[in-house]
Each structure stands twice: as structure tokens, then as C-alpha cells.
Design a protein around this ligand. Structure first.
Ligand SMILES: NC(=O)C1=CN([C@@H]2O[C@H](COP(=O)(O)OP(=O)(O)OC[C@H]3O[C@@H](n4cnc5c(N)ncnc54)[C@H](O)[C@@H]3O)[C@@H](O)[C@H]2O)[C@H](O)CC1
Ligand SMILES: [K+]
Length: 497
């Protein structure tokens, strides 16, 4: 897992690296600019591309000047530079790169307060106006220039952070920012990249290593950790010879109602495909024919058998499509000591009967999307605030709270907030949450502690969707296809051939 740090901590890491290694600040800027250029050249391999680099006069601007020079050295001959001289300060590294730039044929245009901006004929704009040094919302000349660039509709590749986007903290939906198609960010993605409020400022982001001291960064205090593929490889337990279905646990899925039987089937199917040894569905009897037809591997349990099931199963998933039945079922579930996943209609019941939150067994996993979360814990104005509440509630109640979104935040009872990097907009469709619930229940049934089950489940769920997009360029993926992609995704991650 990688620690996600604030802009202030990045400056600390910068300082520490410069003090403790032979690398000077100007060389670190050169590394960063070179790393940017490497990705930029993959995005725009045509060296005839006309590029406009817009630089401020701080270190983000210094990067911009170095990038201009490095592109020119790599035969990008149509590079031009604008410099926004709206402040009085020039960083030392900006000045040093300015001196280097004067030795090149690159045309430079400087803009002062109140100046008009000419049209931008170039094909692509590199945004090096302001980076992680942003300390207030954009206004005046800065805002005018940003709006001018946005109005051209030209693709923007931002250096480190799109100008105007705070790297961390509360993001205001009314914030003016440069709208970047790509952001090439240094050493770590910024926390705000994971909040939906940043969507208008960032379409894609890339992260490049610039040589900051990793050991130092990993020791910095931060609640936020980014899940990586290596975490999945460490957590996943390979299937050993001579194991049998009993080795992989028995999962009970409590789900479905007359009109929402599909949710139950999806959860059961995901449970099956995620490796539970046995899966039993507690669904209304009228769903039995569908279950037997679609999922012959899954067993059925009726109302009369339910009391006998509690002790026979290893994990429970409750909620998908459950409707009003949630109200009487949750009582039985909370009296077991089984690890459990609580989703959908079971969460709605909890939000209407909040005293039940106190009765949930420790380390139960709650999987709300934004609306369910706010119904449970109150309305929030920003994702930053919502994530802070998730942390407080997870610690206070000793629960695992998965706040679902394109990037799911996992609030753990120890106060850590994990960020899941997998998943994509093609997955934004009904049934996707039911699949996640089935997957999490399967991993709990296999004996993974809740902490590991959520990491595995969340990461794989998104990775299966990402794999489908990568393989077939699909723009929409039905939940069923994600289910079917789970075993191969797990295999590719953990059993590479
Ligand atoms: N350690 C690293 O990650 C490295 C980062 N590099 C680059 O440096 C920038 C951060 O540079 P910094 O000089 O600290 O700040 P900026 O260039 O972002 O801003 C300059 C300056 O502008 C003023 N300012 C802030 N907000 C506003 C505003 N809204 N309106 C007007 N003026 C504003 C403030 O005084 C700032 O100090 C980082 O993003 C990377 O691109 C290094 O190149 C490599 C190491
Ligand atoms: K920038």
C-alpha cells in the first residue's frame, strides 16, 4: 500500500530528499520534468504536435520551462511558452530554467496583469501555471487565463495538479480550475484526485516517480493508503492440493424479493465465482426456479430452515434486493457472531432504525453508496467531510465502512482510510453493488479477516471491470460480465503464467 500525503508533506519529502541525498533542488525539477515528458511523448508521439506550455513563476512554472526545453531537445519543434507574470515572486528553480530556456529557439510570450490573451492555435496545452503551491481560489488574471484556456476546448495536460485544484482538503463544487484531459502527477496521486468533485478538472491521471525518498514518505503520518496489486498478491491464499469445498467456507446470501430477485442471483453468482466452497441463498420461494436454472451450484434455504443455518455458515451477506423483509431478518443476523456484509435494503433499514447500528457485531462490513451513507450518517456537503465521517463512525463503532464510488474509500476500525484505485465508469450500472456484496461474503466465508476481505473484494471487483474495458473497449459492462471475469482477473493478478 502506498501512503497518500498532503501538499505540505510533499514539500517535507522534497526538503528531506534534497538535504539527505546528493540531489539538488534543480535536479529534482529536471527529474520531474523528464518523467512528465516520458508520459507526454506516449500521449502525443507525433513530434509535429504544436504544444503551448503555460507557466507560472513558481516551481510548477519551472517544471513547465524545463518541459519545453526537454521536448525541444527531443525534436518537438513547435513548442511555444507563455509565462504568467501575475505575481511578484519567482522561485530560484524557475529563474534557473528561464536562463536555460533563453539558450533555445523556443518563443516566449510574457503576460502581465490586465493583458489580453491571444487565441491559442496549438493542438495541446501544458498547464504549468500553478501546482501544489496553490493557497487560495483562483481570481483576477489567473482566473482569466484559466478560463481563456478552458474556452479553447484544447486538450490540456497538467503538470502535477491542474491549476486551481487544491491537492487535499475540502473541494468546493464552485471552484474554478483548469480542465485537464491528463494530469501527470509527481511521486503520488493527490488526495483530491479520488474525490468526485475533481471530475471536471481531471479526466485521466498518471503518477510518475521523481526520486523523492520513499522510506521517508512511507513514515509520514497519514490516514490515507492507496491499495496496490502487490497487496492482493500478499493477501490472496493460493488453493492448495487436497483442499475441498469444506476448506473454502459456506456463505449465506440473504437477499431478493418478488421484483428484485435478480439482485439476489447476482450476489449469489458473485459469491460462487469468488471461491466460496458452498453458497446458500435465502430468497423467497418464488425465486427457486430461477435459482435452480441459473445457478445450479447454489443451494436454497427457506424460512423454516433459516434458524438452523446460522451455525452452519461461515459468513453472511444481507441486503441486495431484500425490500421490506430486511426488518425481520436483520434481527436474526445480528444475533449470530458470523462475519457479515450489510448492503442495500439492509442499510436502508439501519438508516430508519439507527439504534440497530449499535447492535451490529464488531468488524461487520457496511457497503453504502453516497446516498445510503448520507441516509445513515447525515447529509454531507463535500466528499472530504463524508470520508472524515466514515473514519469517525468506523472507529467509534468498530465497523468496516466501504464508501462506494469510482474510487471506493474503505474506513477501517483502526482509523485507516484505504483508497481502491480500480473500477471505471463503464461499471456504473445496476447490480454492480450486489456483485460486490457477493464477493465480500465469499472472501469472509473463506476465512479472510474483514480487513483483507474488503481489500481483495473491492480491488478485484474494479479490476475485473477494468480488464473487460481493456480487453474489449466496452463502454458499458453489465454486472453479470463482471462476475464472470472474477476468476480470470484473480488468476492474472495472483497466478501470472
Ligand atoms: N516535491 C515535489 O513534488 C516537486 C515539485 N515540483 C513542482 O513544484 C510545484 C510546487 O511549486 P511551488 O513553487 O511550491 O508552488 P506553485 O508553483 O504551485 O505556485 C507558485 C506560487 O504561486 C502562489 N499562489 C498560490 N496560489 C495562488 C493563487 N490562487 N493565485 C495566485 N498565486 C497563487 C504562491 O505564492 C505559490 O508559492 C509542484 O506542483 C511541482 O510541479 C518540483 O519541480 C519537483 C519537486
Ligand atoms: K499545473
Amino acid at each position: 500500500m502506498k501512503t497518500i500525503i498532503t501538499a505540505a508533506q510533499t514539500r517535507e519529502a522534497d526538503r528531506y530528499t534534497i538535504e539527505t541525498t546528493p540531489i539538488a533542488s534543480i535536479d529534482l525539477m529536471e527529474h520531474a520534468s523528464l518523467a512528465f515528458v516520458t508520459i507526454f511523448m506516449q500521449l502525443y508521439p507525433d513530434k509535429n504536435t504544436h504544444v503551448l506550455i503555460c507557466s507560472g513563476t513558481g516551481n510548477n512554472g519551472g517544471d513547465g520551462l524545463a518541459i519545453a526545453r526537454l521536448l525541444q531537445e527531443r525534436s518537438y519543434d513547435a513548442v511555444a511558452v507563455w509565462i504568467a507574470r501575475f505575481g511578484s515572486n519567482e522561485s530560484d528553480e524557475f529563474a534557473a530554467n528561464m536562463a536555460r530556456l533563453y539558450n533555445t529557439p523556443i518563443p516566449i510570450t510574457e503576460f502581465f496583469p490586465g493583458d489580453e490573451f491571444p487565441p491559442i492555435p496549438q493542438r495541446v496545452v501544458v498547464d504549468a501555471l500553478l501546482g501544489s503551491g496553490l493557497n487560495k481560489p483562483l481570481q483576477g488574471d489567473w482566473l482569466r487565463m484559466v478560463q481563456h484556456i478552458n474556452q479553447t476546448g484544447k486538450p490540456v495536460v497538467a503538470v502535477d495538479v491542474p491549476t486551481g485544484l487544491p491537492a487535499d482538503g475540502v473541494l468546493s463544487p464552485s471552484e474554478h480550475t483548469l480542465q485537464a484531459h491528463h494530469v501527470i502527477s509527481f511521486q503520488r496521486p493527490k488526495l483530491s484526485f479520488f474525490f468526485p468533485e475533481s471530475a471536471k478538472s481531471i479526466r485521466h491521471f498518471h503518477v510518475v516517480d521523481i526520486g523523492l525518498d520513499e522510506a521517508f514518505i512511507e513514515k509520514l503520518p497519514s490516514d490515507f493508503k492507496l491499495i496496490e496489486p502487490s497487496d492482493i498478491q500478499q493477501i490472496y491464499r493460493h488453493r492448495e492440493p487436497f483442499t475441498h469445498k469444506g476448506t473454502y467456507g459456506h456463505a449465506l446470501i440473504i437477499a431478493g424479493d418478488i421484483q428484485t430477485m435478480g439482485a439476489a442471483l447476482l450476489a449469489c453468482e458473485a459469491c460462487l465465482y469468488s471461491g466460496a466452497g458452498l453458497t446458500t441463498a435465502f430468497i423467497p420461494e418464488m425465486g427457486l426456479a430461477a435459482l435452480n436454472t441459473r445457478l445450479p451450484e447454489v443451494m436454497y434455504c427457506g424460512v423454516d430452515e433459516l434458524p438452523g443455518m446460522w451455525n452452519r455458515v461461515d459468513a453472511i451477506g444481507i441486503g441486495p434486493g431484500l425490500g421490506q423483509r430486511a426488518s425481520w431478518l436483520i434481527d436474526g443476523v445480528t444475533h449470530t457472531d458470523k462475519p457479515m456484509v450489510i448492503d442495500a435494503d439492509a442499510l436502508t433499514f439501519l438508516s430508519q432504525n439507527r439504534e440497530w447500528l449499535d447492535r451490529l457485531p464488531k468488524y461487520s462490513i457496511l457497503t453504502p453508496h453516497m446516498k445510503e451513507f448520507d441516509r445513515l450518517f447525515g447529509a454531507h456537503k463535500s466528499w472530504w467531510d463524508r470520508v472524515q465521517t466514515a473514519k469517525e463512525q468506523a472507529v467509534a463503532r468498530q465497523l468496516v465502512i466501504l464508501l462506494k464510488n469510482q474510487y471506493t474509500f474503505i474506513a477501517l476500525p483502526d482509523g485507516n482510510l484505504l483508497i481502491n484505485p480500480t473500477g471505471n465508469p463503464a461499471m456504473a450500472s445496476g447490480g454492480m453493488g450486489d456483485v460486490l456484496t457477493g464477493m465480500l461474503t465469499a472472501f469472509l466465508a473463506q476465512g479472510y479477516p474483514p480487513h483483507d476481505a474488503v481489500i481483495l473484494g473491492c480491488y478485484l471487483h474494479g479490476a475485473a471491470g477494468d480488464q473487460l474495458v481493456a480487453d474489449s473497449n466496452k463502454v458499458v459492462i453489465p454486472a453479470r460480465q463482471v462476475v464472470q471475469a472474477i476468476p480470470a482477473t484473480l488468476g492474472n493478478l495472483c497466478h501470472p503464467r
